[in-house]
Design a protein. Structure first.
Lengths: 139, 1483
């Protein structure tokens, strides 16, 4: 059976992670096409409903990427996002979705290579989770 | 009032200081010209990785500021430009700006970077500390603004090109070969040299003779490189691996004029080639049966196989040249015949094919054959009449060719030449090869007689030649008739030169000394329209020279026919001008020249096969890479071919601009100290010794090693890294005896970040004093020292030695009183900040003073004011400083300009008008999608055509197209037309990043009458094509998904209206100290009403305790004047004995209630907090118990009262840097130094001790520290946690202290103890103000600014500003500066009549609001409030649009506009949706 290409939504804040994603491009850092970036002014805008809705809409993975701790353009948005991500993870677990499919990252604007690396690693992680799930389903 | 004032400001320097000054000035209503000498703005800050003391990413901070500056309607960035002249006076200056040619059209270039990928020239990248390379066409850094490329081009050109007679772009084709672009290289050669293959074999290569590599090792093997590309094309064609190039060029317009070229040698063929490319009808008349001239007849096959010549001639003829062979001028036709046949011009390139006779008797007849006919016969495949032993007379190349040919035909060959071998005109390499092949050369023999027996040649009698040195030093060659010899030979071949056969022409054209005479510049002969060139004019000359003549003739003939002036703008015949020297900053290591393989002499001397082989591909690339690329840009034109935007302008010239401004702000910036000037540290000698700037780049993720800590020598990850402080600072030997003030902090930061990158790194900082004097610095230092594992050693390092095996570095130092030696894997030199060398030129042009270190000089007690009226200073150009101070100074300088130009505010700045917006609410979506190719940036990976086609089928989309460059002006115009034509109400652009381009497209929408929020942008470049280069199919699918997402969102877009609210143009300033007064005066001088609130009875604050400045300037007089000025200013309403009771409202419209004698209410638009601080009241040290123990503040005025002081012991850091006060009070060290100097100057007998831990006399204060030591003040260093003790016994006062130098306790009997008491916050007052206005305080009770680095006087809440001691401890001049900055920032609000609010802000649906107040708690900007209906509401003036409240609201009552739940959900839902039919959700 053909391996399914997972679809991943990456919520990125405008000032840091989104800028880092741009820099990854400028530096021609390669990462898989599975990552689809959605821009937000601040990761503080991410709410639990939105995270869960992405999974309802059949996202295979969701990553939230904001500024480094202490560097949030809006002071505390990334810290709040982190909490919401944690909460959403617990909800995912409750409904039987592997909470590892959701994660939060901190990426500064100058860290293009880190963005690409994170994108690669997260995609790999999602792929291996899906593989595992398929194995279980087939068994 | 000067009624000729001009409302614009010139800012010189586009670093962070200049950017801030420009932004604030522009916001205040002035037009700003920002002139930057580099290709882009950003200055030194753009190079930093992180910034202290928060370790924030520098790029995160500066990038939005760059974009804002670049986009501001009233800031015009003039980059890559220099100020050349300034005339006029304050209020009305005229500046001349020289905008240097960047060879790229700024309006066309969109920064896509494709050119960079193709450019073959590499240079050390200065931006990356020369640790990596950039190309000749470059951009300073990826986020640069303006985001355009610049070509680094040197004039004069490279020596190889300058010295090539034919002007072949040698560096260009060498660079292309190095990049493996062989065909491009050949094409470039052919522009000037139609015989690449021939020239690549036989050229005498002046390019190599003049190659700058000669200074290093051997020249680049240029000739062989040329041959390689030429041969390669022929070979590939023969193998069928290359398509035969189309010779006919349809783009050339055919012309009717006929031109005759007489003589088909290199000059004639080149001329014909050039003319046929210009469209003329050209006929070559050739006397012999084949074309090629001396290339064919003079060069034997073993040097030039004729099929290569034929190949290149065919390429020329293929372009449409007609040829008549066996047609000799004068015999078969005349010039008149040509005229009669309609030829309008003639080029005579008859060559010099006639052998020169030798002056010997009997030199004709049997047994004698001349060299030229000898070679010609061989070239025609005949064996010339010759015997078994030939004697050749002559020493030139023909003689050698003859000898080597004779050997190949089985004969013995002896060359007879009158002079020595060294003096032979033949190329040395040819002589050597001839000798290898068995040719005998008899040097210094002169032929005297041909020996014949019975008419048969038997030999050549020769006589000895000797060189005689005459008395005048001249040499002459004389024949000794007594020394005779006979060279046995049966054939004599004279080869002593060639002549021209002018039989057919000499009566018609002027002849001089056997040559046709023509004008060297135009080649025109005595007959109009008849031109002559090549050997027939020059005499026997080289191939390249003949080719050059051919080009020259063609140019003249074209001009002649077009009746243009022949002489205008012609290059002189010989290139004798200067050429580019060996460039700096390149790899100058030796690299062996690549040699071609040459057949063994015994294998080659019996046949005519070519003896030398061409380079292999690998050899050619290796050899080409040896090129030093002397001129930087090689003009290979790869960028021109690559640039789809057609932005490259190699012919661009510098451009001068005149601008009129009312004021000037000079920034100037700094330059890092050149560590090579301290050779004892080994920088530039040991590869693992680097500077702090280089380390900064190493740490940067976009730096040379992508953020991996590596050392340059071997890329090893160093564990032990040492920082050496004060390199080029506090150093009399380099003339920089000031403190650079930032190095301690950046070294600490670098050490901490290095450890973050690799926890195994063990950083050690070697220092004299750690100067952590700024806000938050001390705790940062403590964190490094006690928590992060950075080792601090207080020891000055005198030299660095390298371990030659490990390349580690050895340091010697004292630690804990012990002498130590230790090896480190890398050493970082903390280089100081020097005045930018360009400051001197700027200062001269602006006519402003510099101090002795080269920094711009400020007027005494007037920070930022230069010596010339109307010119203000800011940033590191007037002294080393950190980023927040720089930013403050930028705002402050803007305020000073605004004070001067207030009458002409808003006279030069433009306001844009837009058409009325069309109604789009409740209208069915009509979406237009523009998918961008971005040249090939997107289109080479993503199939944009497919994306566009796919998108067009999605319901709601009424227009979808793909455009080459969506951001180009013509597409923008088209977009407006389409919006109109198709009645679009939503536009989507799928191209690059919205961060840089969203505003541009939104602007287009507004111009088309569409609300700018009806726009969505999809990034398919940075976030798709560039990151998925190897997966075009998947990238295309992803691009479809992303655009589909945007369509989903755009269905939910709503127009947003910005609301204009009026601004109350008054300010409240809280605090009447020097900061509050300065801010008030500045605002009043800018024309704004000010309410100055002081809690005490009098103005003046802490400054009443301050007598003078370090340099002796009188502060009290200054204060008196300042108070008077404030009191007399009509716009300032001074309210004393008054406090603030409440503050309501938001930016633009505050209402403040004051409680003084009675309660009053004031309305105002902004607030400045300048509430000050106070002196720490010491506890301990017998303070208050013994009146001989005082504080520095008490001492300041006391010095006047005494004449004799006896012993004075000063104790530093009382109430600073202790357990209760974990910060440095910044001013106390300088204060102690000042008082100590004053005491010593008054009473040289006095014994003054200063007991300290780190002496923090930053910047020029260091000079006074030195002065104090020179005056005999004694400094005792005590350990960190062991404060000195003050004791009294028997009425005697003593101080006990542990001296770390001798590592022992000592006791000082003293008459006075002076405590350097720190500064503490006005805690109670600050807390009250903080609560009233919801402003944050730091752990020490100081007000916390919005951002430590880039918003040093702002609060996160709009319209509220802070300055002076309320912000943090600082000295008077710094307080003044910060107050001006606060005034500047405040004025940028008050200057406007209205404030635009709304847009991307949160709104609350009242019905859903449960009044739970979550949003009030969640918002850090204090935007939500409870309205009179008891529901939460958001003040759009305060809302920053982050959406935190929307995410937090449990009732989902809050929506962030343009990022609403419906919009965002539709966006990712549609990205995840694969079926188009499902993507139809229309609201």
């Amino acid at each position: 059976m053909e391996e399914k290409e997972p679809r991943i939504i990456a919520f990125c804040c405008h000032y840091c992670a989104f800028t880092a994603a741009d820099l990854a491009g400028t530096m021609r850092q390669q990462y898989p096409t599975n990552i689809h970036i959605v821009r937000l002014p601040c990761t503080g805008k991410v709410d639990v409903n939105m995270l869960l809705q992405a999974f309802v809409d059949e996202a295979d993975g969701v990553m939230v990427a904001g500024c480094e701790v202490g560097s949030c353009h809006f002071l505390e948005g990334n810290i709040r996002a982190k909490k919401r991500v944690e909460f959403a993870k617990s909800k995912l677990e409750e409904v039987g979705i592997n909470p590892e499919k959701l994660d939060m990252f901190h990426i500064a604007a100058s860290e293009g290579p880190l963005f690409a690396q994170t994108a690669r690693e997260f995609t790999d992680k999602i792929k291996s989770i899906l593989k595992e799930e398929q194995k279980i389903a087939e068994a | 009032m000067n009624n000729k004032q001009i409302g614009s400001i010139l800012v010189v320097g586009g670093g962070i200081a200049g950017m801030q000054a420009a932004l604030d000035s522009a916001e205040m209503g002035y037009k700003v010209y920002l002139v930057e000498k580099e290709p882009s703005i950003g200055g030194n800050m753009a190079k930093l990785d992180k910034t202290f003391p928060t370790n924030d990413c520098a790029m995160c901070m500066i990038s939005p500021k760059l974009v804002e500056t670049g986009r501001h309607l009233n800031i015009e960035i003039i980059s890559y430009a220099e100020l050349e002249k300034l005339e006029g006076e304050a209020g009305n200056f005229t500046a001349i700006i020289n905008k240097k040619a960047r060879y790229v059209d700024e309006n066309q270039c969109n920064g896509c970077g494709e050119c960079e990928l193709e450019c073959p020239v590499h240079r050390k990248d200065n931006f990356n500390g020369e640790l990596s390379e950039r190309t000749a066409i470059y951009r300073l850094y990826p986020q640069a603004i303006p985001n355009v490329y610049t070509i680094d081009k040197s004039t004069p050109e490279a020596p190889c090109k300058v010295n090539c007679p034919a002007g072949v772009n040698v560096q260009g084709y060498t660079a292309l070969i190095a990049k493996g672009k062989f065909q491009e290289a050949l094409n470039l050669i052919r522009e000037k040299m139609p015989f690449a293959g021939v020239c690549g074999r036989v050229c005498h290569h002046p390019c190599e003779d003049n190659c700058n590599r000669n200074e290093i090792d051997e020249p680049v093997s240029v000739r062989n490189l040329k041959r390689f590309v030429a041969d390669r094309e022929k070979t590939l064609l023969e193998k069928g691996e290359l398509k035969k190039p189309s010779l006919e060029d349809d783009t050339i317009a055919k012309r009717a004029e006929k031109i005759a070229v007489i003589g088909g040698g290199p000059a004639g063929l080149t001329c014909a080639h050039d003319l046929v490319k210009k469209g003329f009808q050209v006929t070559i008349f050739e006397a012999s049966s084949k074309l090629g001239g001396m290339m064919r007849t003079g060069i034997p096959d073993y040097r030039l196989p004729k099929d290569y010549l034929d190949y290149e001639i065919d390429l020329i003829l293929g372009k449409g040249v007609e040829v008549k062979t066996n047609s000799t001028l004068g015999k078969d036709f005349t010039l008149q015949d040509l005229k009669d046949e309609g030829y309008q011009s003639v080029f005579l390139s008859l060559g010099a094919q006639k052998a020169k006779e030798i002056p010997l008797e009997d030199s004709e007849g049997e047994g004698i054959i001349y060299g030229i006919p000898f070679l010609r016969q061989i070239s025609e495949g005949k064996k010339p009449p010759m015997g078994s032993h030939v004697a050749i007379i002559g020493g030139g190349n023909v003689a050698i060719d003859v000898a080597r040919s004779a050997v190949r035909l089985g004969s013995k060959a002896t060359i007879v030449y009158r002079r020595t071998q060294k003096e032979m005109p033949a190329h040395s390499w040819e002589i050597e090869e001839a000798l290898e092949e068995g040719v005998e050369i008899r040097n210094s023999w002169s032929p005297a007689r041909i020996v014949r027996e019975d008419g048969t040649v038997k030999g050549l009698e020769v006589e000895r030649c000797v060189t005689i040195y005459k008395k005048d030093g001249k040499r002459s060659l004389e024949v000794d008739h007594d020394q005779k010899n006979i060279v046995e030979a049966d054939t004599i071949i004279p080869a002593t030169g060639q002549e021209c056969d002018l039989e057919g022409i000499k009566d018609e054209i002027e002849v001089e000394e056997g040559l046709l005479s023509s004008d060297p510049l135009t080649l025109e002969t005595s007959q109009q329209g008849i031109f002559a060139g090549g050997d027939v004019v020059l005499g026997p000359s080289s191939l390249v020279e003949s080719v050059a003549q051919g080009h020259r003739a063609a140019e003249s003939i074209a001009r002649y026919i077009d009746k243009e002036e022949l002489r205008t703008d012609r290059e002189p015949v010989m290139h004798s001008g200067p050429s580019a020297e060996m460039p700096d900053g390149i790899d100058k290591s030796k690299k062996e020249r690549t040699h071609t393989s040459v057949a063994e002499p015994e294998k080659r001397n019996s046949n005519f096969e070519e003896i030398e082989k061409a380079f292999t591909e690998e050899e050619a690339i290796r050899e080409a890479k040896r090129c030093l690329q002397c001129a930087s840009c090689a003009e290979c034109m790869e960028c021109v071919r690559t640039c789809k935007a057609e932005a490259i302008r190699h012919d661009q010239k510098d451009e001068r601009r005149q601008i009129h401004v009312g004021a000037v702000i000079a920034t100037g910036g700094f330059t890092p100290f050149d560590a090579r000037k301290k050779p004892e540290y080994g920088y530039g000698i040991y590869p693992n010794v680097i500077t702090s700037i280089q380390f900064e780049r190493i740490l940067s993720a976009s730096g040379p090693y992508e953020g991996h800590v590596k050392r340059p020598y071997d890329g090893k990850n160093p564990k032990k890294i040492a920082w050496i402080q004060c390199v080029g600072s506090r150093d009399v030997t380099t003339g920089n005896d000031y403190c650079s003030s930032v190095c301690c902090m950046y070294a600490i930061k670098e050490a901490m970040i290095a450890k973050e990158h690799d926890p195994e790194i063990e950083p050690t900082i070697f220092y004299i004093d750690i100067r952590a004097f700024g806000k938050g610095f001390e705790s940062f230092y403590e964190q490094a020292r006690y928590e992060s594992g950075v080792r601090f050693v207080r020891s000055q390092i005198s030299s660095v030695k390298e371990n030659p095996l490990s390349r580690d570095l050895q340091l010697q130092f004292i630690e804990d009183g012990q002498y130590k030696e230790e090896e480190f894997e890398m050493v970082v030199l903390s280089v100081g900040l020097l005045a930018n060398p360009a400051n001197t030129a700027t200062a001269n042009i602006l006519d402003i003073a510099q101090n002795k270190f080269g920094f711009f000089e400020e007027k005494p007690l007037q920070p930022l004011t230069s010596s010339k009226e109307g010119i203000y200073l800011c940033g590191a150009g007037n002294g080393p400083k950190d980023i927040p101070e720089t930013v403050m100074q930028g705002s402050a300088a803007a305020a000073l300009c605004s004070e001067m130009l207030k009458e002409v505010r808003n006279t030069e700045a433009s306001v844009k008008e837009y058409p009325v917006e069309k109604q789009v609410e409740d209208v069915e979506p009509r979406i237009g999608v523009f998918v961008c190719h971005c040249g090939i940036n997107i289109a080479s990976v993503v199939d944009v055509e497919k994306v566009s086609e796919y998108i067009s089928k999605i319901p709601g989309v009424v227009h979808a197209e793909h455009t080459l460059y969506t951001c180009s002006q013509d597409t923008q115009k088209r977009m407006k037309e389409i919006i109109d034509e198709k009645d679009l109400n939503r536009v989507i652009v799928a191209s690059c990043t919205p961060r840089t381009h969203e505003a541009l497209f939104q602007e287009t929408l507004r111009e088309a009458g569409l609300n700018k929020y009806m726009f969505e942008m999809t990034d398919i470049r940075e976030q798709c094509s560039w990151v998925h280069q190897k997966e075009p199919q998947k990238a295309t699918e992803k691009a479809k998904s992303l655009v589909r997402g945007s369509i989903g969102k755009s269905n939910h877009l709503e127009p947003l209206q910005l609301k204009n609210i009026s601004i109350n143009k008054a300010a409240v300033v809280i605090g009447g100290g020097i900061s509050g007064m300065t801010a008030s005066l500045s605002l009043a001088n800018q024309g704004f009403k000010v309410h100055l609130i002081e809690k005490e009875e009098n103005l003046g604050g802490n400054m009443v305790y301050l007598k003078m400045e370090l340099d002796g300037e009188d502060w009290q007089e200054f204060l008196k004047n300042k108070i008077k000025e404030v009191q007399e200013n009509e716009l300032i309403d001074v309210v004393t004995n008054t406090k603030v009771k409440s503050v309501n409202g938001s930016v633009g419209n505050f209402t403040t209630v004051l409680s003084g004698e009675e309660e009053t209410e004031v309305k105002h638009g902004v607030i400045i907090i300048a509430s000050g601080a106070q002196e720490f009241k010491p506890d301990g040290f017998l303070y208050g118990k013994d009146d001989r123990v005082k504080t520095q503040r008490d001492m300041e005025f006391e010095i006047d009262k005494k004449d004799k002081f006896g012993t004075v012991a000063m104790i530093q850091c009382v109430g600073s840097r202790d357990d209760k006060h974990r910060y440095c009070s910044r001013v106390c060290c300088s204060e102690a130094i000042k008082n100590a100097i004053n005491i010593k100057e008054k009473d040289p007998e006095a014994d003054v001790y200063i007991l300290y831990r780190d002496l923090r006399t930053y910047t020029y204060r260091e000079v006074f520290y030195r002065k104090a030591r020179e005056l005999g003040v004694k400094f005792i260093h005590f350990p960190d946690k062991e404060y000195p003790e003050v004791k009294e016994s028997d009425g005697k006062l003593s101080v006990h202290v542990k001296d770390t130098v001798i590592n022992e306790g000592i006791s000082i009997q003293t008459d006075l103890v002076v405590l350097s008491a720190g500064i503490v916050a006005n805690e109670e007052e600050n807390h009250q103000l903080s609560e009233l206005m919801k402003l944050p305080l730091d752990e020490h009770g100081n007000f916390m600014e919005a951002h430590v680095k880039l918003r040093p006087v702002d609060f996160a809440s709009e319209g509220v500003f802070v300055c002076g001691l309320a912000h943090s401890p600082k000295n008077t001049e710094e307080n003044i500066t910060q107050a001006l900055a606060a005034a500047g920032r405040a004025a940028s609000i008050l200057s406007k009549d209205t404030l635009e609010v709304g847009g991307v802000v949160s709104v609350i649906e009242e019905d859903k609001c449960a009044s739970c107040l979550t949003c009030l708690r969640e918002c850090v900007f204090d935007a939500p409030f409870v309205n009179d209906k008891g529901k939460a509401e958001i003040d759009p003036a305060k809302c920053q649009g982050c959406g935190n409240c929307a995410a937090a609201c449990p009732a989902k009552a809050i929506q962030l506009l343009t990022f609403t739940d419906a919009q965002e959900t539709a966006l990712f839902n549609n990205i995840l949706e694969e079926d188009i039919e499902e993507v139809t959700e229309v609201k």
